[in-house]
Design a protein around this ligand. Structure first.
Ligand SMILES: [Zn+2]
Length: 320
């Protein structure tokens, strides 16, 4: 019997709510944590926030051990920080910033409205204006993990509660579930973007063995969106689950490819998370203003994500 049971119903319901909203998190992305003075519960890698109530998806970790590993830059095995040795789940890749942020509740999402802003310079500038009365910090793109955590810690003050991570997502922190939930709602309201593209084509079906035509196929009928998706990738989870830029023919690097004026095809065996990542891309593009020029994370950043054992683990857990 575990001594570290997580009973906080309000926190679990909050996490579950975020997990059930595809405009907040997609598949195994996004994570929440709750801490007391001794330890922190954080979402396990590869688990989905939508399972917060029905499954045990949180792992108790020693906060000080994780903070030490960040301050000494010692990328030690994160499993050493897990306090209940009966738990075999691995804490989220993003555990380090949860531990370092000195708030009892931390929620990190891949919010679509945040991402619409966070992938271009113009969007970032406008987001700063929209949130100018909030305790905000904007963090440049860095691979998730210890390096991103350090960048966050170098760019906050004791009052910072909202972080926009460029080409990545949103973090909101506070000392109660209610406070964080209200912060997220406020940010979402301010950053909400209208859908500006139409998806009223009737997609012609072409039979390609082992692939299925995707509901996001509208992207293949718009020269601007074709150009965007085939030029690069714009945030880490896209790379991890769908590979780098979307190509015009099947490749081993990605479960999806695009045929101009026909549609986007995804492997019949694609996982739920892979499908939700494509939905995320579509949700962003539907709202992206024409004059906000999205900046890809670049091939070097893509390679860093694809060669990373921690991400391979997360991906393998989502293969269902
Ligand atoms: Zn993230």
């Amino acid at each position: 019997m575990s001594n570290f049971k997580l009973y906080d119903r309000e926190f679990l319901q909050f996490s579950n709510r975020l997990g059930n909203d595809p405009l907040q998190v997609q598949g195994a992305g996004g994570n929440t944590s709750i801490k007391n003075e001794n330890y922190m519960w954080v979402k396990a890698s590869g688990k989905e926030l939508s399972d917060s109530i029905s499954d045990n998806i949180f792992v108790p970790v020693n906060i000080n051990l994780i903070r030490d590993s960040v301050s000494t830059d010692n990328n030690q095995d994160i499993m050493k920080a897990v306090m209940d040795k009966n738990i075999k789940l691995r804490p989220s890749i993003e555990t380090t910033f949860h531990a370092c942020l000195n708030w009892s509740i931390v929620a990190h999402t891949h919010s679509v409205s945040t991402l619409v802003h966070a992938i271009s310079e113009k969007g970032i500038k406008i987001a700063k204006e929209k949130l100018n009365d909030m305790p905000l910090s904007v963090i440049k793109y860095i691979k998730p993990g210890i390096d991103l955590t350090k960048e966050i810690m170098d760019n906050l003050n004791p009052k910072t509660q909202v972080f926009i991570l460029k080409n990545h997502g949103l973090i909101c922190c506070g000392n109660s579930v209610k406070e964080v939930s209200n912060l997220i709602r406020k940010v979402e309201l301010r950053l909400k973007m209208p859908i500006i593209r139409k998806i009223n084509q009737l997609f012609e079906s072409e039979n390609i063995p082992n692939y299925k035509l995707c509901p996001e196929s509208w992207i293949a009928f718009d020269d601007h969106t074709i150009d965007i998706v085939s030029s690069g990738s714009y945030y880490p989870d896209h790379v991890v689950f769908l590979g780098p830029k979307i190509s015009f023919e099947p490749t081993r690097a990605s479960p999806v490819f695009l045929k101009k004026r026909i549609g986007i095809f995804i492997k019949s065996k694609a996982s739920k998370t892979q499908k939700s990542m494509l939905q995320c891309l579509s949700n962003i593009l539907l709202r992206l203003p024409l004059d906000w020029v999205p900046e890809p994370i670049g091939e070097k950043a893509e390679a860093e994500l694809l060669d990373w054992d921690a991400e391979k683990y997360r991906k393998s857990l989502s293969n269902e």
